[in-house]
Write a protein that binds this ligand. Structure first.
Ligand code: SF4
Length: 472
């Protein structure tokens, strides 16, 4: 499945002579790996490991080669998308050690947005110029199996041209388990209901032993691969991600990127790769010491290396490497533009997940801020659609403000925020069993989260020994 990329191409310029001369001054292993990359070869895991160890001149050369490959493949255009996150519930039956966003259904801060509110938020985003809503959430107990499909249908009915980027592999798996259907059937249902692409989140690091330590009961590597490759087979593109800076080794990262490259070679369904720094501040596995030896996120050099090595390893197959301003902030994201990055993600409007984990970079990045960051780096800003078709390229002179640029400092008052939502009684989560009891007492249906007929019970959700059921 071809992935659109309309960025300016400039593939014929040879490596600058200075760069070739620089390689001659490096340690032989690093020089060989970088020279292979410049000659267009796919780097092996072993070569990537040499680059992960780079310091000094080798580190500088790594960054320069990543930048050169970026320039040859996608040119100087740097993209962003105008979108809104809608994390419609924070209630989750899982306990991933890195997740500060989720709440148990018994906790006071659990919320659940009804579909009407999800659609209202999507409509508001559209009115502010968004072309995409990113819909992801926790896994609420006894969820209606087809809830995600209902959400897609409702958004599409109101906004036929809005791109729905929604439902991580973990959610797709949960929806299929709750609906008692296969992953393929569930994905087809989502596609028919209007989903445009899937976030390639819930990947963290695709190493089962490591996953079992940081998030026992999380979707397995095998299941993640099944959801992603089936989505690609059905013509649903996905992003790809890695979460780093916790327990993983460089080898984990190199193998993870190589695995994604293998998938991309077979399916062509990844739109981009997004390295995500682990935010430790509120993460339970760090705060509560649930897992030994967890690091407090990556160092600055590690952040640069992961982006640069991703560019070098994926360049022949995945042209788009994204820096996450949510994780890295505006300043680091700008620096990453010199290390192989050609995309800065989305405006988000309601960033919740990293904010809950203690990230300090806000919940909205305005289009004018993106343009400024990109221009200051000597590059060309462009707004894209979700799948990287360019919507508009901005010239130097173009300073027209978008609706989102005109929003003042009262962002929370206009769009709400995670902090407000968890305190608000209006959308307080109530367990479907409680609602059902109330409904029965009143002789009416519950408005939220009633299980499907024949849907899995809580007991089934919490049965980790059932291979079909990952909700341990
Ligand atoms: S990462 Fe997702 S599945 Fe895990 S606890 Fe958080 S919301 Fe739940």
């Amino acid at each position: 499945m071809p992935v659109a990329n309309n960025a300016q191409l400039n593939t014929n310029r040879p490596a600058p002579r200075d760069l070739e001369a620089l390689l001659g001054c490096l340690q032989p292993d690093a020089a060989r790996a970088l020279s292979n990359a410049l000659e267009g070869r796919d780097l092996s895991v072993e070569e990537a490991l040499v680059l992960f160890d780079a310091t000094g001149l080798e580190y500088s050369a790594l960054v320069m080669v990543a930048d050169e490959l970026r320039r040859r493949t996608v040119g100087d255009v740097v993209t962003f998308v105008v979108n809104r996150n809608i994390n419609f519930t924070n209630v989750c039956i899982k306990r991933c050690g890195f997740c500060a966003f989720s709440r148990d259904y018994r906790e006071e801060e659990g919320y659940f947005l009804p579909i009407t509110e999800v659609v209202r938020r999507a409509q508001e985003a559209w009115d502010y110029g968004a072309t995409e809503v990113c819909v992801q959430a926790g896994l609420p107990p006894q969820m209606e199996g087809d809830l995600y499909i209902q959400v897609c249908r409702a958004i599409k009915e109101a906004l036929p041209d809005m791109h729905i980027h929604g439902f991580s592999p973990e959610e797709v798996l949960y929806g299929s388990v709750r609906s008692r259907c296969t992953i393929r059937e569930y994905l087809q249902g989502l596609k028919d209901a209007g989903v445009g692409s899937l976030p390639g989140t819930s990947a963290e690091v695709l190493d089962q032993e490591l996953r079992d330590r940081i998030a026992p009961g999380r979707i397995s590597v095998e299941q993640w691969l099944e959801v992603i490759t089936t989505a690609h087979e059905l013509g649903i593109p996905t992003t790809s991600t890695v979460m780093f800076g916790h327990l993983e080794t460089n080898e984990h990262l190199a193998r993870h990127i190589a695995l994604l490259r293998d998938i991309q070679q077979r399916t062509g369904g990844f739109t981009e790769f997004v390295p995500l720094s682990f935010v430790h501040t509120e993460a339970p596995m760090f705060m509560k010491g649930l897992v030994d030896n967890v690091r407090p996120g990556p160092t600055g050099m590690e952040v640069v290396k992961v982006h640069a090595i991703a560019r070098i390893m994926l360049n022949n197959w995945m042209p788009n490497i994204q820096a996450s301003w949510v994780k890295e902030g505006a300043r680091m994201s700008q620096l990453l533009l010199t290390a192989g990055v050609n995309d800065l993600g989305g405006t988000l409007i309601n960033e919740s997940i990293s904010t809950a984990a203690g990230a300090q970079h806000g919940q909205l990045m305005r289009p004018s801020q993106f343009r400024q960051i990109i221009r200051q780096a000597g590059r060309i800003p462009a707004e894209r659609h979700t799948t990287y078709a360019i919507k508009r390229v901005f010239s130097d002179a173009d300073e027209a403000l978008d609706p989102l640029d005109l929003v003042g400092d009262n962002v929370e008052e206009i769009f709400g925020s995670y902090q407000r939502l968890v305190k608000l009684d209006t959308y307080r989560f109530a367990h479907p069993r409680r609602l059902a009891r109330k409904g029965a007492a009143r002789g009416s249906d519950s408005p939220q989260g009633l299980p499907n007929e024949g849907g899995a019970s809580d007991a089934e959700e919490h049965n980790p020994s059932d291979p079909e059921d990952d909700q341990g």
